[in-house]
Design a protein around this ligand. Structure first.
Ligand SMILES: O=C(O)CCC(=O)N[C@@H](CCC(=O)O)C(=O)O
Ligand SMILES: [Zn+2]
Length: 348
């Protein structure tokens, strides 16, 4: 009885204080039962679990939209951005006209202000959470997957998943998105232009399967899904939110089924992922400075990293580095390299 009262209270608190993030940080642990409330216009809000909220209008448009953030707990700007959108919906300031699933990903890491607690949650999708001994992060990744699976329960609807992140280091291109490998499906020009309308004008085309969240939704449900890097990591309250205004406005338009901003395609720059460098030895080290910015370019033949006896070198054309991190766990990705590419017949 007492437990039931507490659950109801949590959902009522969300309605009363209109702050999903505050509620989530106060109660980051798994909940037992979903709780629903209805807005004045009939839109149904279901708090499925801590930080996981489904928003379903009475007569939704043609799209099922997943917005996830905080899969890395210290990447706070996207969490604050998504929280603003949710709270605007609860207060009635923003009318939600599409089915929307919001997920604040790694709630325990958010409380701690860390990227992860035991491991990198963005390597636990597509079932990777089921390998090895269980832990709270694996359980959470399984729950996130399941709620997406439940959410995409109707065929014939458009499916979108924007998994919002911020990067650890400076970047020569502040905002960029990783477009997951999608064999047999053309890259979408409309999506590239949609992202440019979010201020994300750099796109990296991935050419191999991964265990990231965006690949999961893309691969299993045919969603237009992306890992979107919106800037650099800062603690809660220290983000310059004006830098995310274009993204906030575009996502608001998407949610409200308003006309979207589609800048000309020429505004976007597209790269192919060239090398995916996984770390195999504890002594893995880069030959460049640790603080080197994303998209720094190196000429052909440059030694980038040493991993045991293996040298990682730039190939026959110049390559730029993205996400270098020598501290990742063994077997995980320590670096991507990318090369500029044309928008050609692989796109439609
Ligand atoms: O800045 C960094 O080094 C990491 C930023 C980050 O979290 N990036 C994602 C990209 C996922 C993808 O490749 O789709 C990650 O590494 O999980
Ligand atoms: Zn991240």
């Amino acid at each position: 009885m007492a437990a039931t009262r507490k659950k109801q209270l949590e959902c009522d608190v969300l309605f009363e204080h209109q702050d999903l993030l505050a509620l989530t940080l106060a109660h980051p642990q798994p909940r037992k039962q979903p709780q629903s409330r209805t807005l004045k216009d009939g839109t149904r809000l279901t708090l499925i679990d801590s930080g996981i909220l489904a928003i379903e209008p009475l007569r939704p448009g043609d799209s099922d939209i997943v917005l996830s953030c905080g899969v890395h707990g210290n990447e706070t700007a996207p969490i604050e951005l998504v929280n603003d959108l949710v709270n605007a919906i609860i207060s009635g300031e923003l009318v939600c006209r599409q089915r929307l699933l919001v997920q604040l990903g790694n709630t325990e890491a958010m409380v701690k202000g860390t990227r992860g607690v035991q491991e990198n949650m963005n390597r636990l999708f597509s079932g990777a959470h089921a390998r090895g001994e269980s832990n709270p992060e694996k359980a959470r990744a399984a729950l996130l997957e399941q709620t997406v699976r439940d959410f995409y329960n109707q065929s014939g609807r458009k499916r979108f998943h924007y998994d919002l992140h911020t990067a650890i280091r400076d970047s020569q291109r502040e905002k960029f998105a990783v477009y997951p490998y999608r064999p047999g499906r053309a890259w979408s020009i409309e999506q590239i232009r949609f992202l440019a309308g979010c201020g994300v004008e750099t796109i990296l085309l991935s050419h191999s399967p991964t265990t990231t969240y965006s690949y999961y939704s893309s691969n299993e449900f045919g969603a237009d899904a992306f890992t979107v890097e919106l800037g650099k990591v800062y603690p809660f309250g220290q983000n310059e939110m004006s830098r995310f205004e274009a993204c906030r406005k575009q996502l608001s338009r998407l949610i409200a089924a308003q006309p979207l901003e589609y800048p000309p395609l020429a505004q976007s720059v597209v790269f192919d992922v060239c090398q995916v460098v996984n770390k195999h030895h504890e002594g893995f080290r880069f030959s460049f400075d640790d603080a080197q910015a994303n998209f720094s370019e190196y000429p052909p033949g440059t030694l980038l990293a040493q991993d045991g006896d293996t040298e990682v070198r730039v190939g026959a054309v110049a390559e730029s580095i993205v996400f270098p991190n020598a501290k990742v766990a063994l077997g995980q990705r320590a670096l991507l390299t990318v090369v500029p590419t044309a928008i050609d017949d692989r796109f439609e």
